[in-house]
Design a protein around this ligand. Structure first.
Ligand code: ATP
Length: 366
């Protein structure tokens, strides 16, 4: 069990243009799990990872591994291994030499032990047959495996990965995703994985940490973050197609709130929800959200009508883009439901799948 703790870790860059707050008091404890740092470009995820690695100084806050404060330690003293998007392999060396290089500082190992470790790791990554090849002759996927093998051969306490699959094609990326997951499960190693790819995050993470503007917005298992986003940013960032979000006004009707969405040329009764479910008041301005897969089309109990603009056949489902007044909505529906552009469809919104966000702050008010 290896515990990596970030305690209010902050990074400020000072340059001629002024001060940039790249990471703002990020606190998280990672323990025998794969934590994915997820967020848009510039949100501070790489800087966070580089501070854990010791490649970037920490402006404020502490980082510890196994209770040992490593904040000011050199990267080589932190017992961690890092794999980058561009692999960082030594192109003049063979695969075997590249992998053995990871053990350069392990003075307590004999030559035979080192050879054995390299062999074991090569088997684990399915690259035994490549050990004597030059790194330059390898495909992208093979290079990626070598880079991972070289990192793991040292048996680090903490494994750090920065967009390791970004330069692979879609098919290989999905294969490597599964392999990495299996590997992490087998080795049970504390891992921090940086990506801007939400699919990678959703499929691989034990927990995901969604960042924006240097701030950790939400931390939790992928399903929890997807199903209960704390704010509009997280709601919008996770999910493809993105969550439908519309400005709305709360209208109390007995035990229900009718959420009247502003569609530009008037309001529609977008959805009705039980009053007890949401912390809002009659007349409040909010944002109402519903995921595309939860919108139902041509249901008998329709809430409103929409005009289909584009129907995208996807094989296992259809993306139906619609307009209601001046707003756009997207539904993901089974392949059997295939309205054509120009059709009018009846849309219903299941109350238990409604999200409501504060009109000003964007925070979830459930
Ligand atoms: P990407 O996915 O594009 O790498 P990121 O989420 O990893 O983005 P960071 O690279 O951590 O984001 O950058 C966070 C912020 O810090 C950005 O606004 C970036 O411009 C700034 N930044 C990063 N490195 C430096 C640096 N060496 N000097 C000044 N500012 C920097």
């Amino acid at each position: 069990m290896v515990e990596l703790v970030l305690d209010a870790v902050t990074k400020r860059y000072d340059d001629a243009q002024g001060t940039e707050l790249a990471v703002d008091e990020v606190s998280v404890t990672v323990e025998d799990e794969l934590l994915v740092l997820l967020g848009p470009s510039g949100c501070g995820k790489t800087t966070t990872l580089r501070m854990i690695a010791g490649l970037e100084t920490v402006t404020e806050g502490r980082i510890s591994i196994e209770g040992r404060d490593v904040t000011d330690l050199h990267p080589s003293e932190r017992s961690l291994a890092m794999v980058f998007q561009d692999y960082g392999l030594y192109t003049t060396m063979s695969v075997r030499k590249n992998m053995a290089y990871g053990l350069k500082h392990s003075t307590d190992l004999s030559k035979a032990e080192r050879d054995e470790r390299v062999q074991e790791m090569a088997e684990m990554f399915g690259i035994e047959a490549l050990l004597d090849r030059d790194v330059t002759d390898l495909s992208g996927g093979q290079k990626q495996r070598v880079a991972l093998g070289r990192a793991m051969v040292r048996e680090p306490d903490v494994f750090l990965l920065d967009e390791p699959l970004a330069s692979l094609d879609a098919k290989l990326r999905s294969e490597m995703r599964t392999e990495l997951q299996q590997l992490q499960n087998d080795l049970d190693i504390t891992t921090v994985y940086v990506t801007h790819d939400q699919k990678e995050a959703m499929t691989m993470a034990d927990r995901v940490a969604v960042m924006n503007d240097g701030v950790l917005r939400q931390l939790g298992p992928p399903e929890a973050v997807y199903e209960n986003p704390v704010d509009r940013f997280v709601a919008d960032f996770l999910g493809n197609p993105a969550m439908n979000q519309l400005p709305a006004t709360v209208d109390r009707r007995g035990d229900e709130y009718v959420l009247r969405a502003d569609v530009g040329d008037g309001r529609i009764a977008f959805a009705s929800v039980p009053r007890d479910d949401f912390d809002v008041r009659d007349g409040d301005h909010v944002t109402v959200g519903v995921r595309p897969e939860h919108l139902r089309l041509d249901d008998a109990s329709a809430d409103f009508e929409a005009a289909v603009t584009v129907s995208e056949y996807q094989g296992n489902d259809n993306f139906v883009h619609m307009s209601v007044g001046e707003r756009d909505l997207t539904a993901v529906v089974p392949p059997s439901v295939r309205p054509a552009a120009g059709d009018t469809v009846a849309v219903s919104v299941p109350p238990n799948h409604i999200h409501v966000f504060d009109g000003e702050t964007g925070a979830s008010v459930r």
